[in-house]
Design a protein around this ligand. Structure first.
Ligand code: UDP
Length: 333
C-alpha cells in the first residue's frame, strides 16, 4: 500500500515528470508540479491542466521561497528538474552547473523543515569512462578532465548525490537516489539530442539517420513506465532510504544496430516503402572538438531487483514502437 498522497514534482513538465504525473493522477494522488519550461513543455502537461488534483506552478528551483512553500503541502518530493541533454550541457555548462548543484541544494534544504522524503534523479553518466562492466553502484567513478564541459554534467550529478547523502546522514532527511540509464518513451523529443526520438523523427521525415562517431558505442534503453515503477517501489520501501540505485535495462544495443532497428520498425509500423539512409558524423562535428563519448554503458540492476523485486517489463522493440506511434500522432494532431 502506497503511503504518499501528495506528490511535489520538480521538472513536472519534463518527459519523466509528466509520465510520473499521469501515473500519480491515475492512482488518485494529488500532484503539485513545478517547471520553468527550459526543456519541459506545455504540451506535456496539457492533459492534466483541468484535473482537480493537479496544480501547476511555472517557476524555478532557484527560487527557494517557492520551493519551501510548495514543499509544505507535499508528503513526498520527486526532484527531476535538471539541465539535461548532452548538446545543451556541452553548449551551456554554466547553466548546467548552477541548476544541478544550487537547485538540488535548494530542494534538499526546503525538504528539511518537515523531513519530507525526497527522491533524487541522478544519472548513469556518473560512471563516466569506467570500464568495469556492468556498472554497479559501488564501483569507482572515472570522469574525463574538467576542460571538457561534457563531464560537468556527471560531476554536478555526483555532487547532488553527495549532498543528498549528507542531508540523509546529518539532517535525518529520508532520501532515495536513482541513477537512470537512458530512459526513453512516448512524449520524448529529439530536440535536445536524445538519440531514439531523434532517429525516429528522422526516419518518419524520410531524412537520413545521423549516427555520431563510428556507431559502435552502445547503450541500454529503458521504457519510462518501467523506470517510474522502480521509483515508486523504492520510495515506498524504507530500506531504500539513504541509498543509491541503478535503474535501467540490460538489453544492450550499439547505435548502428539501433539505427537499423528504427529504420525497419518505422517502415513496418507506418507501411512506408522508402528506406532512409544512415550517415556517420564525426563527434567533433556533432558536438565540439575534443568531445569524448561514453563507449559502453550497461547497468547492474541486482540491487533494485533484490530490494523491491523490480525488473524492466518492456523489450526495446516494443518501446520503439510506442515512440513511433506517439510521434506519428503528434504530427497528425
Ligand atoms: N547519438 C547519435 N546521433 C544523434 C544523437 C545521439 O549517434 O543524433 C549518439 C550519441 O553520440 C551517443 C548515443 O547516441 O553515443 C546516445 O546519445 P543520447 O544523447 O541519447 O544519450 P547519452 O547516452 O549520450 O546520454
Amino acid at each position: 500500500m502506497e503511503k504518499f498522497n501528495t506528490y511535489f514534482i520538480t521538472g513536472g513538465a519534463g518527459f519523466i515528470g509528466s509520465h510520473l504525473t499521469a501515473r500519480a493522477l491515475s492512482e488518485g494522488k494529488r500532484v503539485i508540479a513545478l517547471d520553468n519550461f527550459s526543456t519541459g513543455s506545455i504540451d506535456n502537461i496539457d492533459s492534466f491542466k483541468s484535473h482537480p488534483y493537479y496544480e501547476f506552478h511555472e517557476g524555478s528551483i532557484h527560487d527557494l521561497r517557492l520551493l519551501k512553500e510548495l514543499s509544505q503541502s507535499a508528503d513526498i518530493i520527486f526532484h527531476l528538474a535538471a539541465a539535461v541533454g548532452v548538446e545543451l550541457i556541452v553548449n551551456d555548462p554554466l547553466n548546467t552547473i548552477e541548476t544541478n548543484i544550487r537547485g538540488t541544494e535548494n530542494v534538499l534544504h526546503a525538504a528539511t523543515k518537515n523531513k519530507t522524503p525526497v527522491f533524487i534523479a541522478s544519472t548513469s553518466e556518473v560512471y563516466g569512462k569506467s570500464e568495469q562492466f556492468p556498472f554497479k553502484e559501488e564501483n569507482d567513478i572515472v570522469l574525463g578532465p574538467s576542460y571538457l564541459s561534457r563531464w560537468s554534467y556527471a560531476a554536478t550529478k555526483l555532487v547532488d548525490e553527495f549532498l543528498a547523502l549528507a542531508y540523509s546522514a546529518q539532517r535525518e532527511l529520508p532520501v532515495v537516489i536513482a541513477r537512470f540509464f537512458n530512459t526513453i518513451g512516448p512524449g520524448q523529443t529529439g530536440q535536445y539530442g536524445m538519440v531514439v526520438p531523434r532517429f525516429i523523427q528522422q526516419a518518419l521525415a524520410g531524412e537520413s539517420i545521423t549516427v555520431y562517431g563510428d556507431g559502435e558505442q552502445s547503450r541500454c534503453f529503458c521504457h519510462v513506465s518501467d523506470v517510474i515503477e522502480a521509483v515508486l517501489r523504492l520510495i515506498n520501501e524504507p530500506k531504500a532510504y539513504g541509498q543509491v540505485f541503478n535503474i535501467g535495462s540490460q538489453e544492450e544495443i550499439s547505435i548502428n544496430q539501433l539505427a537499423e532497428r528504427i529504420i525497419s520498425l518505422t517502415q513496418q509500423e507506418t507501411q512506408r516503402q522508402q528506406r532512409v539512409k544512415i550517415t556517420h558524423t564525426p563527434y567533433e562535428q556533432a558536438y565540439r572538438p575534443g568531445f569524448e563519448d561514453t563507449v559502453r554503458r550497461v547497468p547492474d540492476t541486482s540491487k533494485v531487483e533484490q530490494l523491491v523485486g523490480w525488473q524492466p517489463q518492456y523489450k526495446l522493440d516494443r518501446t520503439i514502437k510506442d515512440i513511433i506511434h506517439s510521434l506519428v500522432s503528434a504530427v497528425a494532431a
